[in-house]
Each structure stands twice: as C-alpha cells, then as structure tokens.
Design a protein around this ligand. Sequence first.
Ligand SMILES: [Zn+2]
Length: 241
Amino acid sequence: MDLEAVRLHRKQRLAAAFRIFARAGFDEGVAGHITARDPERLDHFWVNPFAMHFSQIRVSDLILVNDKGDVVEGDRGVNTAAFAIHSQLHAARPDVVAAAHTHSVHGKAWSTLGRLLDPITQDSCVFYNDHSLFDDYTGVVLKTDEGKRIAAALGEHKAVILRNHGLLTVGHSVEEAAYWFVTMDSTCHAQLLAEAAGKPVLIDSEMAELTASQVGSHAAGEIGFSPLYDVVVREEPDLLL
Ligand SMILES: [Zn+2]
C-alpha cells in the first residue's frame, strides 16, 4: 500500500469536508473539528488548525497532532477539545479512520432533549440501533478523561449525541464520518420539525432494521459524500492546495 497516496487521499477529503461543513453552516466561532487518522503513525491524526474558518481550509493548512497533543506538522495550534475528544476516540476504536464533531444548530437543538433519534424517516434509519447518548454535560471538554467517557458512550456505534452540546460521528473513512454528520444534522432537523407539528409515526423495528442495512453501511456513507465532494472541488479547487 502506498501510504503517501492514502495520506493525501484522506487529507483531500478532510479539507473538502470542512468546505462542505462551512456551506452547511456547521461552523460556530472556534468550535468544531474533523480528524483523520494518519495511515502510518496510527496514534497521530490530521485536524483543522485552531480558529481557522472551515471555508478557508486547504490541504496544506491541516495539522498533524501526536498522541500527546503536540503539533508535529504545521505551524498553527490545535483546539484543546479536539485533542481531548478525538485522541480518545481514535485510541478506543482502531477501526475508526475519521471523526467529526461540530455545534451544528439542529444537532445541538436535538441534543438538549437527551433522547436518541427515532426511526421516523428512511434517512433516520441510518442511525437505527447505531447511535448512543452521552447523557452528561460537564463544561467544555478539555481533559482526555472526558474524551474517554465520550468514547465509552459511543461504543461500537457510528454516532453519539452529546447532551446539551452537539453531535459526533465516526467512520471507516473521512467520507463516511463527514457524510454521517451531514445526514445526522438533517435527521435531527426533520424530527424537530415533525414533533413540532404532531406525533410522528414510527417505522416498525423490522423495517427499520432492513432500511438501516440498506442506507447505513460503510459503503453507503462513503458514496453519500461523493456528490458533495465533486461539487465543492469543482467550485473551490483551492481547497486541494
Ligand atoms: Zn464541542
């Protein structure tokens, strides 16, 4: 395997994911991070530099952080919360290549309810029996101990709702983690709208399980990202610099 090619592939998708998140309005001040595990130094991850707007991030702006939280490539700082949370996720889940977390509006609004998402639409089934709730809130996450607790709440799932905070998704690729985040925020939005209007009819468990197997696979997450990537690369080619 050509590790340099894998690294470049991940970094290009990571820079594009930030542009996609900016377009979706997922930025909020300095909050939010997406990480990609380095294919060679497996306890290191690539991440956005602290306080750089998602819409301006290029491949060359990404920084590499080691397992101690030191920036070992790049000349900008790392968000303390990004290290505290993501280092523990990557350590707890060797299968996870990428993780995404932001304070997107619909995700954080849903997170205040302290509930899992229900299977109310085809898209909601992506998360059926495959997300969990971190049912605690202890201020800004600055310590790796708290990141460990979040990783434990995530378990083997693809996503965790951080109560009173926001959403966090993971994947076997940057594409997958980023797409799960986009569709999870939209799923929160849909359920908030539906419950504001009435009492949504739930998809029964057998159908929800079947649908989850159709729309919630690793491959489905990766392909979901593909059209978003194509658009943003054509319209903002500087992201690849
Ligand atoms: Zn946060």
